[in-house]
Design a protein around this ligand. Structure first.
Ligand SMILES: [Zn+2]
Length: 321
């Protein structure tokens, strides 16, 4: 019998937080402890991805409710257009005793409007995908999959599961499942991924592994949506099955996950989040915090104030990957 029990530490993680901790502890401090958000808004790639996510969420969500595909398309496009324009009721909504929830019925900041996505695509000063093309791509997608026999079961659901526990810690993993489908060969989680050019997908991915573990499957599906202009539909709309062996999933769950969770706990307890200079340049451009880290230690706070604002607390529903 234990006489003195040490309270176990509960750690809540999702793939975005976990991958950021793996990549750069200082970035995870900026984003998830200080809640810093760039004043300039999300990148054009992220915004275009969010428009498509919103379209697919509402399109498949409407089909799940029994509405025919042809009508569901209209609901999806209307939601995508509202995402582009921004809903004045729920954007930056602050709850008061009189009005506790946005009157539009949306979740807070669910339709924020776009800042870095013009209507028409631009090439200079750097390439941007326009929202008109993004909406066109949604139409091409539904056209391409018009005879799709996959049965949609759920959209945009956050699921939590305890994936690890020992004497010191307990880890609750939260996974956002974009879409759950019955493919006729089984029920799988699907992750929508938008891209400007096709690249091979690597299976060493915390998000994909977490989705399998939370759903109790050994496979998940990536639903690729490409924004290329001169590419045939069958090359930009692809569904790729990502499969893992039981051994790989177990290794991640019992070794990789607790190792980085304990590192994060140590950073929190010491208050020291070291930078990782190997993480400053990414495939989608530089880290948003490059200018902060490049300034002198005493100047970083004022640099932060120039470029960032303090946003709402991180929530795994945000699709920021
Ligand atoms: Zn709203």
């Amino acid at each position: 019998m234990e006489i003195i029990t040490v309270p176990k530490k509960n750690i809540v993680l999702d793939a975005t937080v976990f991958s950021t901790v793996m990549g750069c502890p200082r970035e995870s401090d900026f984003r998830f402890n200080l809640h810093l958000q760039p004043i300039s808004g999300k990148s054009n790639s992220l915004e275009c991805g969010s428009i498509v996510h919103k379209f697919l969420e509402v399109y498949y969500g409407t089909i799940i409710q029994g509405i025919p595909k042809s009508q569901a398309f209209g609901f999806g496009i209307t939601a995508a257009e509202l995402y582009i324009k921004g809903c004045p009721h729920c954007t930056d909504f602050k709850s008061t005793p009189k009005i506790p929830k946005p009157t539009c019925g949306h979740k807070i900041d669910d339709y924020p409007g776009v800042k870095n996505t013009p209507k028409e695509s631009e090439i200079k000063p750097y390439p941007k995908t326009g929202w008109a093309w993004v909406l066109d791509t949604c139409q091409q997608y539904t056209e391409f999959y018009r005879n799709d026999f996959w049965v949609p079961l759920e959209t945009e659901r956050v699921k939590g599961k305890i994936l690890y526990e020992d004497d010191e810690i307990r880890i609750l993993w939260k996974a956002k499942i974009d879409w759950r489908v019955d493919t006729n060969n089984g029920i799988y989680p699907v992750d929508h991924k938008t891209m400007k050019q096709n690249r091979d997908t690597v299976s060493l991915n915390n998000q994909f592994i977490g989705q399998c573990l939370v759903e109790g499957t050994r496979s998940m599906i990536i639903n690729k949506v490409g924004f290329q202009i001169l590419v045939k539909p069958e090359e930009k709309f692809k569904r790729i099955m990502m499969s893992y062996s039981a051994e790989r999933l177990l290794e991640w769950q019992s070794e990789t996950l607790p190792y980085y969770a304990k590192l994060l706990l140590m950073y929190q307890e010491t208050g020291h989040f070291p930078p990782n200079f190997d993480h400053c340049e990414g495939k989608y451009g530089n880290c948003k915090f490059v200018h902060v880290c490049e300034s002198d230690p005493g100047m970083r706070e004022s640099e932060i104030k120039k470029l960032f604002y303090v946003g709402t607390e991180w929530n795994p529903v945000n699709d920021d990957d």
